[in-house]
Design a protein around this ligand. Sequence first.
Ligand code: GLV
Ligand code: MN
Ligand code: MN
Length: 423
Amino acid sequence: MSDGVAPNLIAAVDEAKHWDRLMQMAAIGAIPDAEGKMVGVNRACLTPLDRQARRLIIGWAQALGMSVSVDEIGNLFFRHEGTDANAAPVLTGSHMDTQPNGGRFDGIWGVVAGLEAVQAIRDAGVATKRPIEVVAWTNEEGGRFAPGCMGSMAWAGFKPANTWDGVADPDGITFGDALKEHLAEEADIPRRPLGYQPYAYLEAHIEQGPRLEAEGYDIGVVTGIQGSRWFIVELTGETAHAGTAPLSMRKDAIQDMIRAINALNDLMADPTDVLRFTVGRIEVHPNTSNSVADKVRFTIDFRHPDKEVLILNGDAIENTIRTAVKNCDVKVTERFHALPVEFDPIVQNAVSKAASEQGLKQIDLPSGAFHDAQFVVPVCPTGMLFVPCFKGISHNPAEYSKPEELAKGVRVLAQALADLANQ
Ligand code: GLV
Ligand code: MN
Ligand code: MN
């Protein structure tokens, strides 16, 4: 495979079958639109729907003759053997969980594409020296249990696997309990140890940004991922009667939140428009129209490609809030910290070479979204490939990539994996 395209490998990627598999997956947790058409997906991690989707792909992998295993944090692996049993495997994959109001392609495409690529390699009779493993990482989204990327963080040794046992979902179920139940439901699947040293990791994903579509590219060769920091801010004041408590005597948590967010907006102002700052979730107590709020809890998602800015502005968040609020007690907790990463030339070259040999238009670009690949970087040479998605819309039921765009991505993935697996 290192010398040019194997035409039968490219031909072995079946666009219609691939699309059909993605739509079977999309039916699990489907969200209907106003006309009743199933468009989005809500498939939170470690739920019965997640397990249903996993059983579906396990069935496909077993039908292909791949072996299946699961580790202690629920990361699911499918293995294709190489000719050299001792060679370090090439790893590919992504995640199967979605945002609560998510789309049909974020994450799941990379897992199904990995399986499809292995199927093409097998069907085309392309021999690989190294094994190829496909992984579905647990809880990339952080939608049910925050933060995201727990599975890849634990696998990579970034944090111990029990770090998030006490994190509760909106119904009060902890990650630890959900994981215990989940592993019991998958007790028939052989266990594997957490972590190992692959030869390389290549994750396929939809772009989740507008560039590839707008500029007419088929493939994005991802150069790296910007850094992200997540915080929870808790403001505690005093509840009071909205009709009687004088403004001068109130400890109003909502008013202090407004002061805090205004000050944070000043801190995060960026004339270059590179910085990303989001307050995405606000919880208010008691949340009634005629009571002063005594408690507010809000989230901060702050991202930047430059490590210095990420550290400087991120470290200034707590003080900015403390200085801005007038009446409430303040608690700021950081719960996710991913530094910017650069991907390895070995993996970028494999993607780029496959795309050019297949006559596809490619561009190098960084990722604004975080991905499990961010945490694999310290473990082995890592990279990603992107395919276009409609107007860059993602984390939204309207998320869409065309069947032919996805099939091109699978073909590049298949060739790049076969190339890496023969190095
Ligand atoms: C991943 O889902 C992200 O928020 O970047
Ligand atoms: Mn994703
Ligand atoms: Mn996502």
